[in-house]
Design a protein around this ligand. Structure first.
Ligand SMILES: *Cc1c(COP(=O)(O)O)cnc(C)c1O
Length: 440
């Protein structure tokens, strides 16, 4: 498998290089030169396979032998060790629950697979891999729990003090081992600025092997294709076809993976890109121009992105052709009032609690299905996080219905540990240097 940069199609880098670099120097995004269609006998008989087998076949088809089969199976079985069930709400509405991993969000798929791929490529005796992550909540938890106990890695997570939910903070601060958390007396942007400066610091780069575990890493995208195939497999077993996926979108990695799956032959009818008020992509899909904006804050804050970082990949899949993409993908955006209403509606109609991000995907599916009444379709909206991660958005009545999963209950008994720093770079750098060599 060789990859190019979306800004330089003639580039050829190895999978290993693309994983450790995350981002090409030219600021494009890595894409595989060949995205081969899966064999027909696999695509036609998806219903006969379970998630681990689907994951292996899909990954192997994409990686084309970069990782020997046996090792790839081990990586996948270790990384994807939780289910992704499709739950029926009505005759033509299903929810794909992607929140059964350790951090209770779909980002577990990407983070767990990427961490194990990185560990696999780290040769014995090589310099420890130093992962620096700034988080507003969700990414940090997935990365922390994804790398927890992974040999030869040390993860440093920066989060804004007092600005993450209680459960998110537990996921960041109770790990120990190779994970350390720093609460920064500032905003998420301050955290991100510190991490960015560290990456361009010559002295730190000399001392450490730094990596960002960035959400645009190709190794995070690949495992997100697995659950699209697995959802179609489950629906086929239930006698359902003509699947339409509605995907709550921020940086467009999740739906980007769906489109990669389509390219590999996923039997799917349509995709819906559902956003909050940050509507850069829906505006474009509805015939407007693509105009990145500054993000606005919403109650579905993991999707507050005005300039989606994976968009270049999606345009690349469709060879920059706006007509081609709009045939397969529709876009809708919703505001906070609509989102809160949808949470109440889903609860009262189906006795099912959705997180605010999931609520937006539900709304978009509703609208699309109403606009296409004559079409046979099986609507599936993706539930990207467990509602307990966003306790502030629910009414008391709904909040009382949310069951806290055991992954979280277990964390509550563990001691919390976070170091505290201000927003000045000198202290952060001194912290990193002082801790050098004292890690496990
Ligand atoms: C990250 C995230 C999203 C957005 O996913 P993208 O891949 O960035 O589009 C949606 N919902 C939740 C809960 C998230 O954490």
């Amino acid at each position: 498998m060789k990859l190019y940069s979306t800004n330089n199609k003639t580039a050829e880098v190895s999978f290993q290089e693309a994983v450790f670099n995350s981002l090409p120097q030219d600021k494009g995004l890595y894409m595989p030169h060949e995205i081969l269609r899966l064999p027909d006998d696999f695509l036609e008989n998806l219903n006969q396979f379970d998630l681990p087998e689907i994951a292996f076949r899909v990954a192997d088809n994409l990686l084309q032998g970069v990782i020997p089969s046996e090792d790839l199976r081990t990586i996948i079985n270790d990384a994807i060790n939780f289910p992704a069930p499709v739950v029926q709400l009505t005759e033509d509405k299903y929810v794909l629950e992607l929140f059964h991993g350790p951090s209770l969000a779909f980002k577990d798929f990407g983070a767990r697979f990427m961490s194990r791929i990185m560990a696999y490529f780290l040769r014995e005796g090589e310099k420890e891999l130093n992962v620096l992550v700034a988080t507003s909540g969700d990414t940090g938890g997935a990365v922390a729990l994804g790398f927890l106990g992974v040999p030869n890695t040390l993860v440093t997570i920066l989060y804004p003090k007092g600005k993450v939910s209680e459960i998110q903070e537990l996921q960041l601060t109770t790990n120990g081992q190779n994970i350390r958390a720093i609460e920064i007396d500032g905003t998420f942007d301050d955290c991100q600025a510190l991490v960015k400066q560290a990456f361009v610091d010559a002295e730190l780069n000399e001392k450490f092997r730094l990596t960002s575990a960035n959400s645009i890493n190709i190794a995070r995208l690949i495992p997100q294709t697995f659950y699209y195939f697995n959802a179609v497999a489950q629906l086929k077993r239930a006698g359902k076809t003509d699947v339409v996926f509605s995907v709550p979108s921020g940086n467009f990695g999740n739906i980007g993976a769906g489109l990669l799956a389509w390219k590999m032959g996923l039997p799917v009818k349509h995709f819906i890109a559902a956003t909050n008020a940050n509507d850069t992509v829906p505006t474009f899909l509805n015939g407007g121009i693509y105009q990145p904006k500054t993000s606005v804050a919403t109650i579905s804050n993991a999707m507050d992105v005005g300039n989606p970082s994976n968009w270049a990949r999606i345009m690349d899949v469709f060879k920059e052709d706006q007509n081609e993409i709009t045939k397969l993908v529709s876009g809708y955006s919703f505001n906070d009032v609509q989102t809160a209403d949808a949470i109440r509606q889903v609860y009262s109609m189906y006795n099912y609690v959705v997180c605010p991000h999931t609520a937006i995907a539900y709304l978009a599916l509703e609208v699309w299905q109403k606009q296409h009444p004559q079409q046979e379709n099986t609507g599936v909206f993706l539930a990207t996080a467990h509602p307990c991660k966003f306790p502030d958005v629910f009414t008391d009545e709904i909040a009382a219905e949310i069951e806290i999963p055991k992954q979280v209950l277990e964390l509550m008994d563990k001691p919390k540990k976070a170091d505290s720093l201000g927003i000045d770079y000198a202290s952060f750098k001194a912290y990193l240097l002082a801790e050098a060599g004292t890690s496990i």
